[in-house]
Design a protein around this ligand. Structure first.
Ligand code: NAP
Ligand code: MG
Length: 480
């Protein structure tokens, strides 16, 4: 099939956002310079232009932030629950009011397509605050039999770069609803929307110290999660760093929840509606350039429909637009950082070396500047291949086949991870039978990558423990 010509012009979002030359820390309700007086650059990965200089928080800044959170804990946790709810509600409303600005900023700083930051990240971030505003005065129903709900205390929260604002909302909303105070560390490459959220918290008159945000790299995160003054750690990031944090927390008895990596299976049975499944495969692996912990990165297709699925997938990929993330027509934006692009390229080369066939259909030339990777799928993949075992965290799909439901389940579960899974079939009974036996925190049936504040999200095995969202997500922020 010939490449589809693009007959319409680019439609870039206007950029109503000004980015300050310097982005400070947010401690005790004030924006402050870092003790170190050091700053690092955050770049726009689609242009490589420096957007802002971000404060590099060190151990002294973490000390100050933890002290501010400790001081704020008693008054905040003793506030009548309905009053706490008003703050969360106000934050949600303000996120909605500043939605366009937040979406543009998220896309500029992280590289994701504007249609995703506009339609997914920002609305879901607001939804998490709305949802948790409703829980504030109903906590005693969330953990039945636990008596009077009490907060855990000062929470250290460390988040990754793939959904910067949304991950901040996932972490902050339940913690605040339960009466905790927080020190949050955003990822090094994507601090801008978290700091814009700090502005929103200030506008909403959230009492000083209830939320503190300390920017910086891995060392700042380490100083935070190993700080003696914290009562709980909530970490979202790689399994490798998560294991290190688990050790440090175990040594001190600090409460911990971990949301880690994944290598999720997406299983297509021959009786599935194939055209819908193709959309689900696309949504599963190429949403957010594949920088998704629960990305459907291992595709298992029933052998009899494998040729049809790969043919249709290839055809669909030709219509995916890679390019300017601020263009509303863009499907696949920029890879978040140069380092991540190099990692992805190493995996693609490793797959080719192991004998996989690498397919990168798609008509367009990639922009000259910035970090780009075409949507990629690999066939001829064996379960032992590195591309079938390790998390790539990029737009790369490993395609494999199976003959029976038993084989599909066995192969899907043959991974150290257990975050999510997709099942595509017309038969309801098969959906339930297969979903029941998949070791995954979330199983999507005839859909993929659906998120909602009411629905708990979290992993099995090396994908972590604890749940975020829904009633189940509150347990981690309430004292036992
Ligand atoms: P990462 O390297 O583990 O980083 C995550 C966060 O931890 C970042 O803020 C990072 O700071 C910080 N950090 C690094 N070293 C640390 C240390 N020793 N102590 C404390 N904090 C430390 O992960 P990433 O590469 O940014 O993110 C990708 C990973 O996150 C993938 O594995 C993905 O699957 C996972 N993830 C999981 C979920 C989930 O819900 N399960 C959601 C999203 C992403 P810097 O960024 O400044 O280095
Ligand atoms: Mg950036």
């Amino acid at each position: 099939m010939p490449a589809t010509p693009w007959e319409y012009s680019p439609a870039p979002e206007t950029v109503p956002v000004t980015v300050p030359e310097r982005t400070q820390l947010y401690v005790g309700g004030k924006f402050v310079d870092p003790h170190s007086k050091k700053w690092f650059d955050t770049v726009n990965p689609s242009t490589e232009a420096v957007l802002s200089h971000i404060a590099e928080g060190d151990a002294a800044d973490v000390d100050a932030a933890v002290a501010a959170a400790r001081k704020a804990l008693k008054p905040w946790s003793r506030l009548p629950a309905q009053e706490r709810a008003k703050y969360l509600y106000r934050i949600a409303r303000r996120i909605q009011e500043r939605a366009r600005e937040l979406a543009v900023l998220e896309t500029m700083d992280g590289g994701k397509p504007i249609k995703e930051s506009r339609d997914v990240d920002v609305p879901l971030a607001a939804q998490h605050f709305f949802h948790h505003a409703g829980w504030c005065d109903k906590l005693r129903y969330a953990v039945p039999g636990a008596g009077d709900p009490r907060p855990v205390g000062v929470c250290a929260q460390v988040i990754p770069w793939n959904f910067p604002l949304l991950m901040a909302a996932w972490k902050l909303a339940p913690a605040l609803a339960c009466g905790n105070t927080v020190v949050l560390k955003p990822a090094e490459t994507t601090s801008l929307t978290a700091m814009r959220l700090a502005e929103i918290l200030q506008e909403c008159d959230l009492p000083p110290g209830v939320v503190n945000i300390v920017t910086g790299a891995g060392d700042t995160g380490r100083a935070l999660v190993e700080h003696e003054g914290i009562d709980k750690v909530a970490f979202t990031g790689s399994t490798e760093v998560g294991k290190r944090i688990a050790k440090a927390c175990a040594a001190r008895g600090t409460r911990l929840t971990l949301e880690l990596g994944g290598k999720s299976p997406n299983i297509v049975f021959a009786d599935a509606a194939i055209d819908q499944a193709i959309e689900g495969i696309v949504q599963g692996i190429w949403f957010n350039q594949g920088h998704v912990c629960c990305a459907g990165s291992r595709l298992f297709v029933e052998e009899s429909v494998l040729p049809e699925v790969t043919r249709k997938l290839e055809m669909r990929m030709r219509s995916l637009r890679v390019g300017d993330p601020l263009d509303k027509n863009t499907d696949i934006g920029a890879i978040n950082s140069k380092g991540q692009l190099q990692t992805i390229e190493r995996y693609i080369a490793a797959g080719a070396d192991e004998g996989c066939t690498v397919c990168q259909p798609g008509p367009q030339a990639l922009p000259a500047k910035g970090y780009w990777c075409r949507p990629t799928f690999m066939t001829g993949v064996q379960p032992s291949h590195v591309v079938a075992r390790e998390e790539i965290f990029g737009p790369v799909l490993a395609v494999m086949s199976f003959r029976t439901p038993e084989e599909a389940i066995m192969r899907a579960n043959n991974t150290p991870y257990g975050l999510a899974a997709g099942v595509w079939t017309e038969k309801g009974s098969k959906v339930f039978d297969v979903a029941r036996r998949l070791q995954a925190g979330v199983v999507w049936c005839n859909t993929y990558n659906q998120f909602d504040a009411t629905s708990p999200f979290g992993g099995f095995k090396e994908s972590g423990f604890g749940r975020e969202g829904g009633m189940q997500g509150l347990a981690a922020y309430l004292a036992e």
